[in-house]
Design a protein around this ligand. Structure first.
Ligand code: ZN
Length: 131
């Protein structure tokens, strides 16, 4: 064992350091060794280490809103995993960004349509009331 005072290596059976005379205390193991092993994730989750594919948002955007921009988002979202699995991390990241971008565009378009519809309804209601 090593002397805690001077670092001199002594026999494991030694009770006193042969270099400095320090009483040797049995070295306690670091707590890391006594901790239970980290939980291992199921294999199904192991591949999800690439950039997020935003596929859910892309599909939601397509269903709830504008088909064209939503399809663009889905196309990019579908490329994220395949590109990442092929080792194209940069391409996967780019596709991820594009999927997010087009999902946002779809969401904003939906917002514009809804707001526009509401405004039209309000204007129509006000118009009929005023008259
Ligand atoms: Zn010592």
């Amino acid at each position: 064992m090593y002397c805690q005072k001077c670092g001199h290596e002594n026999y494991d059976s030694a009770i006193q350091c042969s270099a400095c005379g320090e009483i040797l205390v049995p070295v306690t193991k670091p707590p890391a060794d006594t901790l239970p092993p980290l939980p291992s994730y199921p294999p199904a989750r192991m591949h999800v280490v690439g950039p997020p594919n935003h596929l859910v948002w892309a599909i939601l955007a397509t269903l709830l809103c504008c088909l064209p921009s939503g399809i663009v988002a889905i196309v990019y979202a579908a490329q994220v995993d395949s590109k990442f699995m092929a080792g194209d991390v940069a391409g996967a990241q780019y596709a991820s960004d594009q999927a997010k971008l087009w999902s946002w565009i779809s969401a904003l378009a939906l917002l514009v349509i809804v707001v526009g519809y509401v405004m039209l309804a309000v204007v129509a209601t006000l118009g009929s009331t005023v008259r």
